[in-house]
Design a protein around this ligand. Structure first.
Ligand SMILES: C[S@@+](CC[C@H](N)C(=O)[O-])C[C@H]1O[C@@H](n2cnc3c(N)ncnc32)[C@H](O)[C@@H]1O
Length: 364
């Protein structure tokens, strides 16, 4: 048994003991425990890992975000200092590519203080190596960053935050839980008492599942309140639905294949789709402006990723050029990541429409 597997076995035992002692866990509690353990292992990304994210596919992804950040900083009146915060930086690739591209904008790098929000010590070490030469400060929560103008970026961060699930029964809504069955395996059960502490959809049938993420709502509310108070903008890229909808979207991926979320806890990446309608509500409730969601492919093309891709491929050996071009296509084509992933920007009400979003400031 490898050390990761034996440590995961300990997590499995701990969670089962907890259930025996205190009763079934919510899906959110299970996801949170699994994610904390999973990311503590270190590098889980790329071909040799469990899944591949956009910055690992093409350097142009982080470069576009770096230029977006620098142009947003100009629109903010070029504050110094300005916090450049990335939530869930993975290997640190996005930030590294972003800083290289943003160097073209005079004064930007000298004005930003870089903060990385990460709770995995193993990933902090990898991020430190990737970002060698840049002064970076790590925090485990955005609330630890000092007050002041902020530009926040987050790719595939919100989807790692836990969700609660509720199932419609003949008597009403009951929360879905993780329990243990007679064979000592994890299983799903429903809470015996009814749940009324969420905005239940009215059009549900018996057996339908509805998800809410207090963690996402609280996080978006906190970031938006900081932006309204101190100025700035936040950019989120994730997959999800534009309007709140019924359905079980919690999924786990291991070795680039789907994995049952209750199997070998802590060894797979568990995520849930983002309810962008809930994100919009949370941002607006504190007075922030929100743009999008817009498809990632459209947004990247508006920022000029195809031109950048052609420039990268120019003068390269044909095999390298083909690989570079296919990376860009994977990011923008609707049948690859282009339509599944969406982009939203939360901005201070005094700022103009951010780059890549239309003037309307709503759904696109
Ligand atoms: C799917 S990875 C995304 C990595 C990176 N953004 C990329 O695009 O390659 C999720 C990241 O969020 C971090 N993370 C997950 N939950 C977190 C939490 N509650 N607080 C801080 N970081 C968290 C993980 O450790 C990891 O760095």
């Amino acid at each position: 048994m490898t050390s990761v597997n034996s440590a995961a076995h300990i997590l499995d035992k701990q969670l089962k003991n907890r259930i025996r002692r205190y009763g079934p866990m919510t899906i959110a509690e299970y996801m949170n425990a699994a994610a904390e353990f999973y990311y503590s292992q270190g590098d889980v990304f790329g071909v040799g890992g469990d899944f591949t994210t956009a910055p690992e596919i093409s350097q142009a992804f982080g470069e576009m975000i770096g230029l977006w950040s620098a142009v947003t900083w100009q629109a903010m009146g070029m504050p110094k200092p300005c916090q450049l915060v990335e939530c869930g930086p993975g290997r640190g690739t996005l930030m590294s590519d972003a800083l290289r591209a943003a160097r073209q904008v005079p004064g930007f790098l000298e004005s930003v203080e870089i903060y990385l929000i990460e709770r995995s010590n193993a990933l902090k070490t990898i991020q430190g190596e990737t970002l060698k030469g840049h002064k970076t400060v790590w925090h485990s929560s955005i609330s630890d960053c000092p007050d002041g103008p902020i530009i926040l970026i987050a790719n595939e961060f919100l989807d790692a935050l836990p969700v609660r699930q509720f199932e419609k029964t003949k008597d009403g809504w009951r929360e879905r839980q993780v329990n243990i069955d007679k064979t000592e395996q994890f299983c799903f059960t429903l809470r015996t008492t009814l749940s009324e502490d969420f905005n239940a959809p009215i059009n549900a049938n018996i057996g339908d599942i509805f998800e809410v993420s207090p963690a996402v709502t609280e996080f978006i509310g906190m970031v938006s309140a900081r932006i309204v108070r101190h100025g700035g903008a936040a950019l989120f890229i994730d997959y999800g639905h534009k309007a709140s909808a019924l359905g079980d979207t919690v999924q786990a991926v291991k070795g680039h294949k789907f994995h049952h979320i209750l199997d070998s806890v802590g060894t797979a990446d568990i995520t849930a789709h983002i309810d962008f309608e809930a994100v919009i509500r949370a941002a607006r409730s504190v007075g922030a402006n929100i743009f999008g969601p817009i498809e990632q492919g459209i947004w990247l093309k508006r920022l000029g990723i195809s031109v950048r891709g052609a420039l990268l491929a120019k003068d390269q050996a044909p095999s390298v050029a083909t690989e570079l071009e296919s990376g860009i296509r994977r990011l923008i084509e609707p049948n690859a990541m282009g339509a599944l992933f969406k982009v939203v920007a939360i901005v201070h009400p005094g700022l103009p429409s951010p780059e890549g979003f239309s003037q309307s400031g709503s759904y696109e």
